[in-house]
Design a protein around this ligand. Structure first.
Ligand code: A2P
Length: 274
């Protein structure tokens, strides 16, 4: 079976670099998709309370026959339970739905400052307690700009999961995270599909005899990013995992780096109203 490379986080834990993303996969569809991913060899599953599919992910984990110690499971705290009185309900509900006594990585999903002000700062204090209690092995954040990272105190998050793909490369934020020992995880790594039609990426893919998705996933891996492609299509789930038998050379990496065009496809954390 293919061994997925791992990255060592700043707290010493190791994380598989390629994950199976489940955003926008309804609960009814997520169990067969995750089961197929586990059969293919994925060992890192990324979900979130707001995806509404933690129970289905939990069913796949229970049925999948992969030992818990070999699995890496990430979930995320939703924005409406940042306050001190509510935050514990967030992780308890996720663990119950997943059928787990701990997750490997627990993230604050969004700072949600427009709707909930500075409550994410309290939420970060709570995540540190959850880690101390063993409910989460590692803790991190998602969709944090530099100023959100500056506002929290105590432990430095091990991960910042943000939108990254070739036409939205987030170089300044990636550089800042690297300086602080924060590993960046790329959500919508294919641009939610938008980068798949890029002509330069199509040219690279055809030169290498690979698919555009595979080229993009290699670009993330070779930049040291944790990459979470999402698909409900069995052949694509396999295709996105078949990326460990080729490499992009430095010139090709530079060609893809040059595609950065500030093409954000998701919400900006500073203006998101949810
Ligand atoms: P589907 O789930 O219907 O297979 P991202 O991971 O950037 O959010 O992108 C997910 C989107 O890209 C989904 O619409 C998914 O479609 C599609 N997708 C995922 N993998 C591939 C692939 N290898 N080839 C083409 N489209 C893909």
């Amino acid at each position: 079976m293919t061994q997925v490379p791992t990255v060592t986080l700043s707290d010493g834990a190791t994380i598989p670099q390629l994950a199976f993303g489940t955003w926008q996969v309804p609960d009814a569809e997520v169990t067969p998709a995750v089961l197929h991913a586990l059969q293919t060899g994925y060992r890192h599953i990324d979900t979130a309370a707001i995806y509404g599919n933690e129970a289905g992910v939990g069913r796949a984990i229970a049925q999948g026959g992969v030992r818990r110690e070999e699995l890496y499971v990430t979930t995320k705290l939703w924005n409406d339970v940042h306050a001190k009185a509510d935050v514990r309900r967030g992780i308890e509900s996720s663990l119950e739905k997943l059928g787990l006594d701990h997750v490997d990585l627990y993230l604050i999903h969004w700072p949600s400052t427009v709707k909930h002000g500075d409550a994410y700062i309290e939420a970060w204090d709570a995540l540190q307690e959850f880690k101390a209690e063993g409910l989460a092995t590692s803790i991190g954040v998602s969709n944090f700009h530099a100023h959100h990272l500056d506002a929290i105190s105590g432990e430095v998050p091990v991960v910042n999961q943000v939108e990254v793909h070739p036409t939205f490369a987030q170089v300044p934020l990636r550089t800042l995270c690297a300086e602080r020992g924060i590993t960046v995880e790329s959500w919508s790594p294919l641009g939610s599909g938008a980068d798949l039609g890029n002509p330069e990426l199509a040219a690279v893919a055809s030169e290498l005899g690979r698919s555009v998705a595979q080229v993009i996933i290699r670009w993330h891996l070779q930049h040291g990013l944790i990459v979470l492609p999402k698909s409900v299509t069995p052949a694509r789930i396999e295709e996105n995992f078949s990326v460990f038998d080729f490499e992009l050379d430095a010139d090709t990496m530079a060609r893809i780096d040059a595609l950065d065009a500030g093409n954000r496809v998701g919400a900006d954390p500073d203006t998101a109203t949810f």
